[in-house]
Design a protein around this ligand. Structure first.
Ligand SMILES: [Zn+2]
Length: 478
C-alpha cells in the first residue's frame, strides 16, 4: 500500500474513538430527512475543525452542505447521508424495544453513512497535505436520501458538474461493490375532491373522494399484469375521510412507480395518471395530481468497484469481540431462517449458499451483478449519471437482517456498526487516494462511464422551478 494510503489509514485508526462518537451521536439524534439540523451541524463542525471550507444550505436545503479541501484537479467527491426513518426508534438491544416509542430511528444505518464519509475525507486531506497530493477532496453532506430527494436537487443545481469521480458507502449485511443497477422512480400524490353528505340520510347528495382513491387502486392493480415484470408500483392511502357517516369529500393516495429505465417509469406513470383521471370521472370527483419527485437508475462502474474490492482485501475485514458476537447471535435469533435464505438468494451473489450458516459475512467477493437490477431506488443514481460513481457496502448487520428494521437500527449503534464504520472509512480513503494519484485509473473509470451512458441523456426528473420539500413532514400529517 502506498505511503499516502497508509498515512490515511493510520489517521483513521488513531482517531477512531472520535469517529465512532460522531456516528453514535447522529444515531441518537435520529433526525428525519431535510430536518437533520443537529446531525449536519455536527459533521460540519468536525470538518471545519480540520480545515475544510464549508458551503452550507446547498440547493435550497438548510441541511445540505459541501466541505472541500484543496483547489486543483482531480475533484473526488465522497458522499455522506445522515437521515433517519420514521417510527424505527430502537434501543441498542438485541430484542425489539423502542428507545422513544413512535420516534425515528437509524434503520438504514445512515449515522454510519455520514460518519464514514466524513472520516475518510479528513484522513485524505491530511495525506494530501503530507505528501503533496494534487487535487480536491469534497465531502457532500446529502440530506433526505430516504425521501429520495437530497441529491436530485444538488445534481439539478449543478453541484456535481465538475466532479471527476464519486464514492459513497452504505451499511449492509454484506461486503461488496456490486455492478447492479436499481430502479428509476416517480413519486406522486393523488388528491381527490368530492362532496360531503350524510352517508345514511342523503348519500345521493354526496360524491365520495374515497371511492375515487379505491377505484384508482383497483385500476392500477389490474394494470400490473400488462407492464414489465421488473416494474414496481406501491401506494398508501394517506387520507380516507373522517368518519363513516360522512361521505368523504377529500381523500388522498401516495404512489411510487418504479422500473429499470427512466423511460419505462415515464410510460407506466402516464398510464397511472390516466387511471386516476378515469377514477375521478367514474365518481364525479375532482382530481389534483401532485408530483413529489423522481429518480434515475444507477450507472455502475466496474473500474471503481474493482479498486474498492482491492482495497477492502488489502485492509482486511474487521475482527469481532466475544461480546459483539453474542449480540449478533441474539439478533440472528429474531430472523427466521427462511427469510435469511431468501434475502441471500435475492442478492444473486455467486456462492451465496455458503453464507446460509454464517452469522456475519466474512468474505470480500469480486464485483458481481453486471446487468442485474436490485428493486430499490436511491438518489445516488442521479450522481452516477454525472460522474463515475460507486456506493459500496460493508457488513454492518448480521446476515439476513431486513433493511429498514429495528434490527438494523440496533446494530448500527453498537460494536458491529462501529467496526463497519472504521473499515468503510479506510476503504473509502484508500480508493479516493488511488483515484487522485493514478491518472490512468481515473481515465479508465471515466471512459467506462461514458461507454455505459452511451447515447442516453440525463434530464433532471424534477422541473427546474421545483423547490426542495422542506415542509415534507408537516404535510404528511395534514
Ligand atoms: Zn439507506
Amino acid at each position: 500500500m502506498s505511503s499516502e494510503k497508509n498515512y490515511a489509514q493510520s489517521w483513521i485508526e488513531e482517531n477512531k474513538e472520535r469517529i465512532i462518537a460522531i456516528s453514535d451521536e447522529i444515531w441518537r439524534f435520529a433526525e428525519l430527512g431535510l430536518v437533520e439540523h443537529k446531525s449536519s451541524s455536527l459533521l460540519i463542525k468536525e470538518l471545519e475543525k480540520h480545515g475544510f471550507k464549508v458551503e452550507r444550505g446547498v440547493a435550497g436545503m438548510p441541511t445540505a452542505f459541501i466541505a472541500s479541501f484543496g483547489n486543483s484537479k482531480p475533484i473526488i467527491a465522497i458522499m455522506g447521508e445522515y437521515d433517519a426513518l420514521p417510527g424505527l426508534s430502537q434501543k441498542k438491544a438485541p430484542y425489539k424495544e423502542p428507545l422513544k416509542p413512535g420516534q425515528p430511528g437509524h434503520g438504514c444505518g445512515h449515522n454510519i453513512h455520514g460518519a464514514s464519509g466524513m472520516a475518510a475525507a479528513i484522513a485524505i486531506r491530511y495525506a494530501m497535505e503530507k505528501y503533496g497530493v494534487k487535487g480536491t477532496i469534497r465531502f457532500y453532506g446529502c440530506p433526505a436520501e430516504e425521501n429520495l430527494s437530497g441529491k436530485v436537487f444538488m445534481v439539478r443545481d449543478g453541484y456535481f458538474s465538475d466532479v471527476d469521480a464519486a464514492i459513497s458507502h452504505h451499511p449492509s449485511s454484506m461486503n461488496g461493490a456490486t455492478l447492479k443497477s436499481c430502479l428509476a422512480l416517480n413519486s406522486a400524490k393523488f388528491h381527490f375532491y368530492g362532496k360531503a353528505a350524510h352517508a345514511g340520510g342523503s348519500p345521493d347528495q354526496g360524491r365520495s373522494a374515497l371511492d375515487a382513491v379505491e377505484l384508482m387502486n383497483v385500476g392500477v392493480n389490474f394494470l400490473r399484469e400488462h407492464i414489465i415484470q421488473d416494474a414496481r408500483i406501491h401506494y398508501i392511502i394517506e387520507k380516507g375521510g373522517t368518519q363513516p357517516n360522512i361521505v368523504p369529500d377529500y381523500a388522498r393516495s401516495w404512489y411510487y412507480v418504479r422500473a429499470p429505465e427512466r423511460e419505462q417509469v415515464e410510460f407506466i406513470y402516464k398510464w397511472v395518471l390516466d387511471i386516476a383521471e378515469g377514477a375521478a370521472k367514474m365518481t364525479r370527483t375532482e382530481l389534483r395530481h401532485e408530483f413529489i419527485g423522481g429518480l434515475y437508475n444507477v450507472i455502475p462502474n466496474r473500474t471503481i468497484s474493482e479498486i474498492i474490492v482491492r482495497n477492502m482485501r488489502e485492509i482486511g475485514l474487521p475482527e469481532y469481540t466475544d461480546e459483539e458476537i453474542r449480540f449478533a447471535e441474539e439478533i440472528a435469533k429474531s430472523i427466521p431462517p427462511e427469510m435469511k435464505i431468501e434475502a441471500l438468494r435475492r442478492t444473486k451473489r455467486p456462492g451465496w449458499e455458503r453464507l446460509i450458516d454464517k452469522l456475519i459475512d466474512d468474505e470480500i467477493p469480486d464485483p458481481w451483478g453486471e446487468g442485474d437490477v436490485s428493486h430499490g431506488s436511491t438518489d445516488v443514481a442521479e450522481v452516477s449519471w454525472q460522474t463515475p460513481t460507486v456506493e459500496f457496502n460493508t457488513a454492518t448487520w448480521v446476515l439476513g437482517t431486513p433493511g429498514h428494521s429495528w434490527q438494523a437500527t440496533a446494530q448500527s449503534g453498537v460494536g458491529l456498526g462501529h467496526k463497519s464504520l472504521i473499515f468503510a472509512a479506510k476503504v473509502m480513503a484508500a480508493t479516493a487516494i488511488d483515484l487522485m494519484t493514478n491518472e490512468d485509473l481515473l481515465k479508465e473509470a471515466k471512459d467506462e462511464h461514458r461507454r455505459r451512458i452511451g447515447e442516453r441523456k440525463y434530464k433532471s426528473p424534477i422541473p427546474p422551478e421545483m423547490k426542495p420539500p422542506l415542509d415534507f413532514w408537516e404535510k404528511i400529517g395534514t
